[in-house]
Design a protein around this ligand. Structure first.
Ligand code: SAH
Length: 250
């Protein structure tokens, strides 16, 4: 049993916030004396025992700090184009399970959704996914940003991992090198890469202009093979394969 507890203190008792309270009480059916783990979303985790539960509050007595080694050395900055409704929820959930460090949703020329103010919902999904998969770090989900703006932002170079052996890869069904080929040829800086940006397009794909803008900005264009995948399939696969080739999977 794990509960999210931002600002987790080092010792003493802590009150559990409203949403986690509902989850602990109604889903986990937690009772006083139950052993649980608390994680703060920033990488810290501690054991605890449920001290009391009332109709409105749940208090946990904090035990020892736990060493949870679930974070890959490779920091994946995931740039998924915003997808419609539940598809985006799915992508945020899976990317969290697969260990991305941060997510920056992109609004592209062919993004099919007008409503992109789903940030609070996406953040909640990331917390729930981290809770379920054992991460004590919750990847941040940033405000969606337009693709052209993203590539011209002041901190673009920093995001790309300047000085950290960083690289970027944009997945495109219209061509580009196979991901494995990019990796094996060393173009993705396979050994010791600390940061990689991974961009996947919306239902309608990236436009040729968007692909070439990314390429000008140093992104490799990569293929996931001859079949055109749905955007949500491609997003999950792209992150999984990058984690497999360069991160801590497999
Ligand atoms: N433009 C296409 C479909 C886009 S697929 C059409 O409408 O027919 C959605 C996204 O998934 C793409 O932008 C790309 O990032 C990724 N994708 C899907 N299949 C891919 C493949 N075979 N190789 C690389 N990326 C792929």
């Amino acid at each position: 049993m794990r509960l999210y507890c931002p600002g987790l203190p080092g010792s003493g008792n802590v009150q559990i916030g409203a949403e986690e309270f509902e989850y602990a009480k109604n889903v986990l059916r937690a009772k006083p004396g139950d052993k649980i783990a608390l994680f703060d979303g920033k990488g810290r985790e501690a054991s605890g025992v449920i001290a009391s539960i009332s109709r409105k509050d749940l208090s946990v007595r904090i035990g020892e700090t736990l060493d949870s080694r679930k974070e890959p050395a490779l920091k994946i900055l995931f740039l998924p184009a915003v997808l419609k409704g539940q598809k985006m929820d799915f992508v945020i959930q899976k990317a969290t399970e697969l260990g991305v460090a941060r997510m920056r949703p992109l609004i592209t020329g062919r993004t099919q959704v007008g409503e992109t103010r789903k940030l609070a919902r996406w953040r909640k999904i990331a917390i729930e996914a981290a809770r379920q998969c054992g991460r004590s770090f919750v990847p941040e989900v940033d405000e969606p940003v337009s693709l052209s703006r993203y590539f011209t932002e002041d901190n673009f170079t920093e995001n790309m991992g300047a000085g950290m052996n960083g690289a970027g890869v944009l997945f495109w069904e219209g061509g580009g090198a196979g991901l494995k080929e990019l990796f094996l040829s060393g173009r993705l800086k396979s050994s010791g890469a600390e940061r990689i940006s991974v961009a996947v397009g919306p239902e309608g794909g990236f436009s040729a202009e968007e692909v070439s803008l990314a390429a000008q900005k140093g992104f490799h264009t990569a293929s996931l093979g001859p079949r055109i995948l749905r955007a949500e399939t491609a997003a999950v696969l792209a992150v999984g394969l990058v984690q497999f080739l360069m991160g801590d999977m497999g």
